[in-house]
Write a protein that binds this ligand. Structure first.
Ligand SMILES: [Zn+2]
Length: 109
């Protein structure tokens, strides 16, 4: 399928993730069903099943881009890393690659 938006920030953050973690994959969904979170990543017990990311459809686009990067960092480092240093390093790496590729100073610009 062709891209609908030429400068889709969600595609750009996913491309940053894939450049850094080419062997990691996931499925991403918008949802209306998140009550207490902006986003969540679900890992299957089956290692052959890709993680699933759910992003709240209630978020402003710029905020949702950062939440997607947050959840992609979970996919990058696995369920056990939680929000520790390994996860923080992955989130920062995705953020830096996104900013480098887009020429932006911040993900929310
Ligand atoms: Zn998290």
């Amino acid at each position: 399928m062709e891209k609908l938006f030429v400068n889709d920030p969600f595609v750009r953050v996913y491309e940053a993730f894939k450049k850094l973690y080419p062997d990691n994959d996931c499925f991403c969904f918008w949802t209306d069903d998140l009550k207490d979170a902006h986003g969540v990543t679900l890992f299957s017990d089956n290692p052959r099943m890709s993680p699933e990311i759910f992003i709240s459809a209630d978020l402003p686009v710029k905020h949702a881009v950062e939440i997607l990067a947050h959840e992609l960092a979970h996919v990058a480092v696995g369920a056990d890393a939680d929000h520790g240093e390994v996860w923080e390093n992955a989130f920062e790496a995705i953020h830096q690659e996104y900013c480098r590729a887009t020429g932006k100073g911040e993900m929310t610009e």
